[in-house]
Design a protein around this ligand. Structure first.
Ligand code: ZN
Length: 163
């Protein structure tokens, strides 16, 4: 299992290296470590959470550096923005060009699934004269196993960003 995780991490870092090189920049050691931490995320994350996590790993990066890296990864399609998870801009590693993201709005756990209904939706957009380059759908939920109150995570008062 750990090998599988390492492969995902390495793959993500490799792809990030490629995209930054194509943009005439390079994957600095700091960005490489940041990408490895991103690849390890099991839940949707926001910039602040990521920043505090990378600093725990001893990484010397500013919050604006984190935002710049996230913007680049989002722009390259490596990350998908999740709306309504705790009312913050949250991100998750893209699972492909057509995916359904099931998001727990309490603990931010994400499960991504594919269903062929997405192709039908893309087809409908085509019928209406649009060219689509990706389809994603977010389902806002609460996991059954999530406790009523979670400390240290999104507070109840910030859960009103439900889509
Ligand atoms: Zn949950």
């Amino acid at each position: 299992m750990e090998n599988g995780t390492d492969m995902i991490t390495n793959d993500f870092v490799q792809q990030a290296r490629h995209i930054w090189r194509r943009r005439g920049r390079r994957l600095t050691p700091v960005r490489e470590r940041l990408c490895a931490v991103i690849a390890d995320q099991k839940c949707a994350f926001d910039a602040e959470k990521l920043w505090s996590e990378v600093r725990k790993h001893g990484l010397d990066i500013s919050i604006s550096g984190v935002y710049r890296a996230l913007a680049d990864l989002l722009d390259a399609g490596f990350l998908t923005e999740i709306h309504g998870a705790g009312g913050l801009r949250s991100f998750v590693i893209s699972a492909g060009s057509a995916n359904i993201y099931i998001v727990c709005k309490k603990c931010r756990k994400i499960v991504s699934i594919y269903d062929h209904c997405l192709d039908a939706l893309a087809g409908k957009a085509g019928d209406l004269g649009f060219r689509t380059d990706g389809v994603s759908l977010q389902i806002q939920t609460e996991c059954r196993s999530c406790p009523v109150e979670i400390t240290g995570m999104a507070k109840e008062s910030s859960w009103n960003g439900v889509v």
